[in-house]
Design a protein around this ligand. Structure first.
Ligand SMILES: Cc1cc2nc3c(=O)[nH]c(=O)nc-3n(C[C@H](O)[C@H](O)[C@H](O)COP(=O)(O)O)c2cc1C
Length: 263
């Protein structure tokens, strides 16, 4: 089984593609699993040969909502199965896989291999960060099926070893920059809507945490934010902003249909 969290669809696309190569089922982490991981439970079925945790890289670390889910969810039969990790990142993942292995050890689960696939970038909030150019986006999406086929082959043939994208100075990124990013820059406070907002409610309807409510003039963000940026990228009017930091920044929607309710 593949247990997947995805903000804007990249990881969902990869999880589904991998699942089709491996004949695995995909369980998408929904708002109830993400908000109440301690109340969530799954059971391994006889046909489940492995558990694959699939999630995007956030600040060279595991997304906090996924970390909580892995720490608190009950999975009957998880001890008997090997666990794997699949992350998608726009550029690089640092030493994220090390953190995942520590989490698996905490749970008494066997961490087998960790894999990473480079996908179009969705992080746009800090200065200097933006979505990829159309050409880079196309190249990444074109390369993704071959990467997943390779990962599927490794899994099928039980080939040990990781396929990672650590990038330069991975220890500094995950050990120093990541925790700072998580503490100071993953806050929902600056979310707002601009004058272009029509109060259509798409952002609220599609928030994976059900963290957005609608007031008369537009959305209002609560505190249970996964910081996945789905609200920003999915807005049909490009009317979701993060303070002034999103001025002039693009939206990314190529894989959005993988996570929206209406397919
Ligand atoms: C809050 C946030 C932080 C991110 N941090 C990183 C990062 O550290 N390294 C990276 O390469 N990409 C980073 N990204 C980009 C995503 O990991 C990447 O685009 C991923 O494929 C998105 O997956 P999704 O569409 O399943 O949500 C970040 C994206 C967000 C929203």
């Amino acid at each position: 089984m593949i247990i997947c969290f995805s903000g804007t669809g990249n990881t969902a696309l990869c999880a589904r593609e991998l699942a089709s190569f491996l004949d695995e089922r995909v369980i998408m982490a929904d708002s109830s699993m993400l908000r109440h991981p301690q109340r969530s439970s799954l059971s391994a079925l006889p046909e489940d040969r492995r558990v694959i945790w699939a999630f995007p890289t956030y600040g060279w670390l595991i997304p906090p909502v996924m970390e909580r889910l892995m720490r608190l969810i009950t999975i009957d039969g998880a001890v008997q199965l090997p666990h794997y990790m699949l992350t998608t990142c726009g550029d690089d993942m640092g030493t994220l896989a090390r953190g995942w292995r520590e989490l698996m050890a905490e749970r008494g689960w066997t961490a087998a291999s960790a894999y990473a696939v480079r996908m179009p970038n969705t992080y746009v909030f800090l200065p200097g960060f933006n979505v990829d150019s159309a050409e880079v986006e196309r190249e990444k999406l074109e390369r993704c099926p071959a990467s997943l086929e390779d990962i599927a082959r490794r899994l099928k043939e039980n080939i040990p070893g990781d396929v990672l994208i650590p990038g330069a100075m991975p220890g500094v990124k995950s050990g120093v920059l990541g925790p700072v990013f998580r503490k100071f820059y993953m806050r929902p406070g600056p979310f707002m809507h601009t004058a272009a907002c029509t109060a259509c409610g798409v952002c609220a309807g599609e928030c994976p945490m059900e963290n957005i409510s609608m007031a008369k003039d537009g959305p209002v963000w609560g505190k249970e934010c996964a910081f996945c940026l789905r609200c920003y990228h999915i807005c049909p009017h490009h009317a979701v902003a993060y303070g002034r930091q999103t001025r002039g920044k693009g939206q990314y929607r190529a894989c959005m249909k993988e996570v929206t309710r209406v397919r």
